[in-house]
Design a binder for this molecule. Structure first.
Ligand SMILES: N[C@@H](CCC(=O)N[C@@H](CS)C(=O)NCC(=O)O)C(=O)O
Length: 221
């Protein structure tokens, strides 16, 4: 298969990041069209083909696919080389679970309550942050996430002993955490702290982190 691939979205979105990691992991070339969903400059092609107006949107030839999980499922089937998901059914389920967990619980705490309030509110939405959301994330939600992951980490990666789809979304949410100037306390959560360092130094992650850091700097100064 050799079709033109286009990804619509802003790289700093955790859902867009997951797809970028999947594309990089599979060694696929693609074009990226920057779309900021809350912005004023949204391309007509995106408006016409994204049913919910959410990023990412993916284009394969003349066809469009919505939703990061669905896009990644497509990539896994269309480009089976370098599989992201384990063959074993239970390990496969475990990898999908962590992606779901990060896409829901971690996105709410780290993305919506912390990043949106600490970074997007002052720099993009031009309003005062909701401090109670930040406190809830830092005092309650994120510690519960770290406690859970600390108990789940039995090896170097979340599933098996190498990078899988599970790490894309979970590891990706720690990029967002770092953008908020927060770190995992290695004394309290030693396995998670080591895991984050390990995953972020994987070549597919390292490249994306460098690119996103530059973007964020340009964005917020
Ligand atoms: N389930 C979707 C969620 C995508 C999503 O919520 N994207 C956010 C940006 S991080 C968005 O586009 N929000 C705009 C909106 O809700 O109108 C996926 O996995 O792709």
């Amino acid at each position: 298969m050799n079709q033109d691939l286009t990804l619509f979205g802003a790289a700093i979105s955790p859902f867009v990041r997951k797809v970028r990691l999947a594309l990089a992991y599979k060694g696929l070339d693609y074009e990226q069209v920057n779309v900021v969903p809350f912005g004023t400059d949204i391309p007509q092609e995106f408006k016409d083909n994204s049913p919910l107006g959410k990023i990412p949107l993916f284009k394969v030839g003349n066809d469009y696919i919505s939703d990061s999980e669905v896009i990644c499922a497509y990539l896994e089937k269309a480009f089976p080389q370098q599989p992201m998901l384990p063959q074993d059914p239970l390990q496969n389920a475990r990898a999908l679970w962590f992606s779901q967990y990060a896409s829901s619980v971690m996105v709410t705490a780290i993305g919506a309550h912390l990043f949106a309030e600490r970074i997007l509110a002052p720099f993009v939405f031009k309003r005062e942050p909701i401090e109670s959301d930040i406190r809830m994330a830092l005092d309650t939600e994120i510690p519960a996430i770290l406690e859970y992951l600390e108990g789940e980490l039995k090896s170097d990666f979340l599933v098996g002993d190498s990078l899988t789809f599970a790490d894309f979304m979970v590891g990706g949410m720690f990029i967002t955490l770092h953008f908020c100037n927060e770190r995992v306390d290695a004394n309290t959560y030693p396995k998670v702290a080591a895991y984050v360092e390990r995953v972020h130094s994987e070549p597919v992650f390292a490249k994306i982190i460098t690119e996103e850091q530059a973007m964020l700097k340009a964005f917020i100064g």
